[in-house]
Structures are given as C-alpha cells and as structure tokens.
Design a protein. Structure first.
Length: 299
C-alpha cells in the first residue's frame, strides 16, 4: 500500500443521498495536464474542481482490491476537501461500512480520458463507466477524435443550440464544429498558449521560460520575454479569430463557445484585439460536464 494510505473513517451523520436532488455521481475528465472533476446530484452539477494526475507507479504496486479502495479514498478525500472549504453547500457524501470489501460505498464514476497512461488506473474503480465515442449522439465522429472534444461539443450544442463551434483552450487549443443536424463538420488542433511558451523555453538554448501575461502584451517588444509573449499571444489570437470568421461564413447563425483552463485569458486577449469577434463568444467552462450529464444522468 502507498505510504500514509488509510481509508477515511465512516461517520454517523453522513447520509446516503441528497433530499430532493437524486443520486450523486462523480464525473472525471482526464485531461493532458490535470484531472477535471464534476460532482452531480441528480441532473444538477454541484461543483467542479481540478487535481493532479495520479502516479501510475504508486497505483501499480497495489493489488486489485487495494487499488479499488485506494481510488475510492482518493475520490472521497477530494470531495471532503472541497466540502471543508464550504464549496458544496448542503451536499452530503454517502459513506456506509461494508465488512467484506470496501470501507466506503463508492459514488458512481463516469470517466472520459484522453491520457492512455491514466485510463487503466481508473478502470479499477469499483463503479466506473467509461465514455466512448460510439455512445455519443453526434454523426461523423472519427475514431481518433478525443472524447473530451466530442463531449464538450455535445454539451455546448445542447446548451446553446446547433450549429455550434466549440473552442477548447487547454494544453492543446482545439476547434470542433458541428452543424444543425449534430453532424461533425471538422476541426483543428494546435499547441495551447501555455504549451507554446513552455516549448520555446525547454526546446531552445537561449530562450527563457515565460508566463502568460494578464493582458494583451505590447506587440513590438524590446526584450526577449516580451517578444515571446507577443509572438505567442498575437499569433494565437489572430488564428482564433480567423477560425471563428471562417466558421461564421459557413454557419452565420452558429453559436461559438470557449472552454478550457486558458479560456479566460484567451477571451481577454480576444476582447482587446478583436472586440467585435469576442462579443459573440460564450464562456462555457463546464461544457464537457454538460455533455457527460446528457449521457449519464437519469431523467
């Protein structure tokens, strides 16, 4: 067992569900950089949060039973941490003693992963359902399309209407669009803002690692760090605008939404550089969880 591993103790004041809200579920979207969590009570998305990837070498040393208990503990501990921060309101965490196997009754977990090294870890969770492309009601999906892109597209389309273009500003910056018939038109992938900066810092001999600026940088920089920020930000924003404008030519009435960890900065840059374009882009941080809820939460 990993060091410091011990199942959390059960308490008498924890109830097995939410009054009037239905069964609780956990959604886990495994991204390239982090684990993205969503806690559902019935149809309601109560809270989202992020944690680090689990270390595969730690989990691989466990037996099948130990691994299942370890994963349940990780989930419950994560929920307890955000609950302690008063972020979950009245949400109750079900915990019931079981003498034979797990010390906790695990919440059902819905898994969507684009990281092959992390997926097998969570397949050992006792009550896991893995989302796959063939389950999604979108036409034209190709086999190597990331499940995260497809689910976020589904969530945005259902929330805002079809056709829709979904921009995901994460580790990779992706564009994914579908028409009014929920049929995939296509998309594009390029390195995200942060990945572009880190690549220059790590793969070149003389360029420093720099962070993303809080606002649109000076275009014509007079120092190396500023020049890197200028090049990455202005080229990316111009590319985003170009994709949006081309999509609008194809689908003039389409909704356009942005999700992902860098979406706030991207929207700020876009608003400063191209305010007319930015005005019609919808902030959709929970798009992937909207898509997951459509596929998993009982009506």
């Amino acid at each position: 067992m990993p060091e410091n591993f011990s199942p959390p103790a059960c308490t008498d004041n924890v109830t097995p569900g939410l009054t009037g809200k239905g069964q609780m579920k956990i959604a886990l979207a495994i991204g390239n950089s982090r684990l993205h969590w969503g806690l559902f009570a019935g149809k309601t998305l109560e809270k989202t949060w992020d944690t680090e990837h689990l270390k595969a070498d730690v989990v691989s040393r466990l037996s099948k039973e130990e691994r299942a208990e370890y994963l349940v503990e990780m989930v419950m501990r994560s929920i307890e941490e955000i609950s302690a921060q008063n972020l979950l309101g009245r949400t109750a965490i079900p915990a019931i003693s079981t003498p034979d196997t797990l010390s906790l009754v695990p919440l059902p977990l819905v898994l969507a992963s684009v990281v092959p090294q992390q997926t097998p870890i969570w397949e050992s969770y006792p009550d896991a359902r893995i989302m796959t492309l063939d389950q999604l009601p979108i036409g034209g999906l190709y086999p190597t399309l990331g499940i995260d892109r497809a689910l976020a597209l589904l969530g945005a389309g259902n929330q805002f209407g079809w056709p829709v273009l979904l921009i995901d500003a994460g580790t990779a910056l992706t564009f994914t669009g579908a028409n009014v018939n929920r049929y995939l038109i296509g998309g594009a992938i390029l390195p995200g803002l942060g990945l572009q900066l880190s690549s220059l810092g790590k793969k070149t001999a003389g360029l420093p690692l720099v962070s993303l600026p809080e606002s649109l940088p000076c275009r014509w920089a007079k120092d190396t760090a500023g020049a890197i920020q200028s090049g990455v930000v202005y080229a990316t924003v111009a590319g985003v605008r170009d994709f949006i404008e081309d999509w609008r030519c194809l689908f003039p009435n389409s909704k356009i939404a942005v999700t992902g960890g860098d979406r706030t900065l991207l929207l700020q840059y876009l608003a400063s550089a191209f305010p007319d374009t930015a005005a019609s882009v919808i902030d959709a941080p929970d798009a992937i969880f909207w898509g997951i809820s459509l596929m998993t939460v009982d009506s």
